[in-house]
Design a protein around this ligand. Structure first.
Ligand code: ARG
Length: 469
């Protein structure tokens, strides 16, 4: 063990300043410093350093005594950071150098051995990967909670009728349960995308060192196992320059945020007095400072808007990465802010949406009434003509169109058209047709796999209940 007189931190110098004669310009520090945001990686940085120090000792690269001192110092730093007493300092640029400088203050010379066979390039690649991996796991947990909320509502209203829309025009009756289960499917794919991204990113870049690997007899498999990675990354240049793990996570986040935005948009529409399909409690609405009658779905609107941030973060990082030569460039320091921002926004949006879904109460009578409006069972009439009168579908479509026109003229719904009116259009029509013209019959008849019939919806609900159990 040497004494610590050679340590730059002990002399108040920057940790990389050996060949420099002057301190950086203030502006240089202002543009270079990242501790303000990358302090968020502190737990990952300590975990990486612990694994690295243990491996160095096991390989005989540092002594057991140095390793013990380093582990002890890292533990003390953890206590300081968790307790809010750690001195984060701009002059040490980033989380890595802040930890190393503090370690030097706490344990002296041994601290200078921790960085053997390591560079900040593989260190930051490791820390950020660990953070992004945890963020994916966290997002999956939040998505599951939202799916459970949707599932509970879907089960409670598996046969509540509502209009199904295309072009936001009444199309065919569906059930509210079926509609909510559509989102369970979407969010299921979102969770799958995070899981796929996680599986691909789960390789350990530590040991790539600056860019070319290390001449020390390091064991990258050991640090991989210690940090929960499947294996070490296979190319040292790629290891320090790859950020597509973050891009992929941000792409998954963007698609998920888009789904949240669509659900939010539907909630905004459904709570309008004109639709009146659902009610949100006071917990998820706000009033207006001037219009006392208002009850605004702000949480849904903000969820819809957060999509902008998430997509912007993906765009931001893609543009940062585009055109960077191998291997590490300082541009990549700008990877963290957008990624943190996107996952913070997504976390909030997923949680708020789970809360709103659990909170919302459908007005089932109003939805059922709307389900019958807009001649929503016209397709059922056409299908009946095909089935009972053996008409070609095109002909049946034409006959149905005339029935709709007549009903419109008389100001009636299809089910209220007298048989004489229907017979005037198509003499073969009989009393039996009325059985298919109600919204309930229409929905119940759609028993094809994945269809809106309540028995099919309940099947899907029980499949998902098992999956989410
Ligand atoms: N703060 C830096 C970042 O986030 C750490 C890596 C610095 N590496 C270097 N060669 N200057 O990217």
């Amino acid at each position: 063990m040497s004494d610590d007189s050679s340590s730059p931190a002990s002399k108040g110098q920057s940790l990389w300043g050996g060949r420099f004669e002057r301190k950086p310009a203030e502006l240089m520090q202002a543009i270079n410093v990242s501790i303000g945001f990358d302090k968020r990686l502190w737990a990952e940085d300590l975990a990486g350093s612990r694994a690295h120090a243990a491996m160095l000792a096991k390989q005989g690269i540092i002594t057991p005594a140095d390793e013990a001192a380093i582990q002890d110092g890292l533990n003390r730093i953890e206590t300081e950071i968790a307790g809010g007493t750690f001195p984060f300092r701009d002059e040490y640029e980033d989380i890595h150098l802040n930890v190393e400088a503090r370690l030097t203050e706490l344990i002296g010379a041994a601290a200078g051995r921790l960085h053997t066979a390591r560079s900040r390039n593989d260190q930051v690649a490791l820390d950020f990967r660990l953070w992004t991996r945890a963020a994916c796991d966290h997002a999956i947990g939040r998505i599951r909670a939202l799916q459970r909320a949707l599932l509970a509502k879907a089960e409670a209203h598996a046969d509540a009728l509502m209009p199904g829309f295309t072009h936001l025009q009444p199309a065919q009756p569906v059930t509210f349960g079926h509609h909510l289960m559509a989102y369970v499917e979407m969010f299921g794919r979102d969770a799958g995308r995070f899981a796929d991204a996680r599986a691909r990113m789960n390789e350990n870049p530590l040991g790539a060192a600056a860019l070319a690997g290390s001449p020390f007899p390091i064991d990258r498999h050991a640090t991989s196992a210690a940090l929960g990675f499947d294996r070490p990354t296979a190319n040292s240049l790629d290891s320090v320059s790859d950020r597509d793990f973050a891009l992929e996570a941000l792409a998954a986040a963007t698609i998920c945020a888009t789904h949240l935005s669509r659900l939010a948009e539907e909630i905004v529409i459904w709570v309008t007095p004109q639709f009146g399909f659902i009610k949100l409690s006071d917990a998820f609405t706000t009033g207006s400072s001037i219009m006392p009658q208002k009850r605004n779905p702000d949480a849904a609107e903000l969820t819809r808007a957060k999509t902008g941030r998430v997509l912007a973060s993906l765009t931001n990082l893609i543009v940062v990465m585009k055109g960077l030569p191998l291997a590490y460039s300082k541009d990549m320091q700008e990877d963290k802010v957008p990624t943190f921002e996107a996952f913070d926004a997504l976390d909030l949006a997923l949680s708020a949406m789970a809360g709103m879904v659990a909170d919302m109460e459908p007005d089932t009578a109003r939805m059922a009434a709307a389900a019958g409006s807009g001649f929503s069972t016209a397709t059922d009439l056409a299908d009946w003509l095909v089935r009972e009168l053996d008409m070609p579908f095109r002909g049946a479509h034409h006959v149905t169109g005339r029935a709709v026109k007549r009903a419109e003229e008389l100001g009636l719904g299809l089910a209220d058209l007298p048989l004489s009116e229907l017979k005037a259009i198509e003499p073969g029509i009989t009393e039996g047709v009325y059985q298919v013209l109600t919204p309930a019959a229409s929905a119940a008849s759609r028993t094809s796999y994945g269809g809106t019939a309540p028995i099919r919806v309940r099947e899907q609900i029980s499949i998902w209940k098992e999956r989410l159990a």
